[in-house]
Design a protein around this ligand. Structure first.
Ligand code: PBE
Length: 309
């Protein structure tokens, strides 16, 4: 599942070893609870260098709310600011920080291509503010099963792995346009697509609208399932919205469905709000995760290793 985390555990061990060797004279057994890098002159205060700021994404994202919560839950994040922007801007800022080997904390999630492209790690979250492993669920409007049984069945049968989705995301981050990356993945993964469309008849140009948010994960997944529906004969529209509006659109029947419900925690509030007005078709992907993410070269491992302002 979290193949990147495992790989990076090894790297993290190597890194801390070299730091122990280099760090003679510093207080080796500083407890993480009391500001780990506040342990001797000359130590880097990453938090100050980062201006006590988390580089975040869109304001409506669950991971942004969780980061806000973390500033309350953790003494080490007292006085921190969660700076919102967009997923694209976050990725650019992360890339630049890494190029200059500067400290940075971002709101991160998996699956995501950034773990394949850079050496990154999740900060431990002993308070559980960012939740446990999650699923990404498919949610459709009431009445879809009667109105469009074929689309309903495909959406219900849609199921893939973090590796599948990451492959699509990597293509897109390397410059492919999302529709092309989706078409290519479909071509290369006929077995899977056949499972999703098993027992489903073709249709003749019926309109269907899927909604999503422009997060890298959702750009990948929505384009893939959209193309599968198109290949069955649907006239597919995919519309990017804000997170809360995406949920609302499915709940009030303006949109037919979405494959972007992160549960139980990330979108837990929205799920509770609309639970009675939507049809939850269950996970299309298992093993998703959100958290605070930093480059491997940073000598911290836990949110508790940050420092209050
Ligand atoms: N994300 C990606 C979303 C869910 C999908 C983690 C940025 C969020 O935080 O709401």
């Amino acid at each position: 599942m979290f193949k990147f985390s495992w790989k990076h555990l090894g790297l993290a061990a190597g890194l801390s070893l070299s730091l122990v060797v280099a760090g003679c004279g510093s207080d080796d057994d500083s407890a993480t609870e009391d500001n780990a890098s506040d342990n001797g002159e000359g130590d880097t205060n990453y938090s100050e260098e980062m201006d006590y700021t988390v580089t975040a994404i869109e304001p409506g994202a669950g991971v942004v709310q969780a980061a806000e919560d973390a500033t309350e839950d953790y003494d080490s994040m007292e006085g921190w600011e969660v700076q919102t922007s967009s997923s694209g801007a976050m990725a650019t800022t992360l890339g630049e920080a890494i190029k200059n080997e500067e400290p940075i904390v971002v709101t991160g999630w998996s699956p995501h291509w950034k773990f394949a492209k850079y050496d990154l790690k999740y900060l431990d979250d002993p308070e559980g503010t960012f939740g446990e492993a999650e699923t990404i669920n498919t949610v459709v409007r009431e009445g879809l099963e009667d109105d469009m049984p074929e689309a309903y069945q495909v959406l219900d049968q849609f199921n893939w792995t973090p590796d599948d989705l990451e492959a699509v995301m990597l293509e897109i981050s390397d410059g492919a346009n999302p529709e092309e990356a989706a078409a290519e993945w479909i071509e290369e993964n006929e077995d899977k697509v056949t499972e999703w469309t098993e027992g489903v008849d073709e249709v003749e140009g019926e309109d269907i609208e899927l909604v999503y948010v422009e997060w890298d994960t959702e750009i990948g997944s929505t384009n893939v399932i959209g193309k599968v529906l198109e290949d069955l004969g649907y006239n597919v529209k995919v519309s990017p919205l804000d997170n809360a509006v995406m949920w609302q659109a499915v709940a009030n029947g303006e949109a037919d469905g979405m494959v972007a419900a992160w549960l139980p925690a990330t979108h837990g509030d929205l799920y509770e709000q609309y639970e009675d007005e939507i049809i939850d078709l269950g996970p299309n992907l298992e093993g998703a995760k959100i958290g605070l993410v930093v480059p491997e070269y940073m000598d911290i491992d836990s949110i508790e290793d940050l420092e209050a302002k």
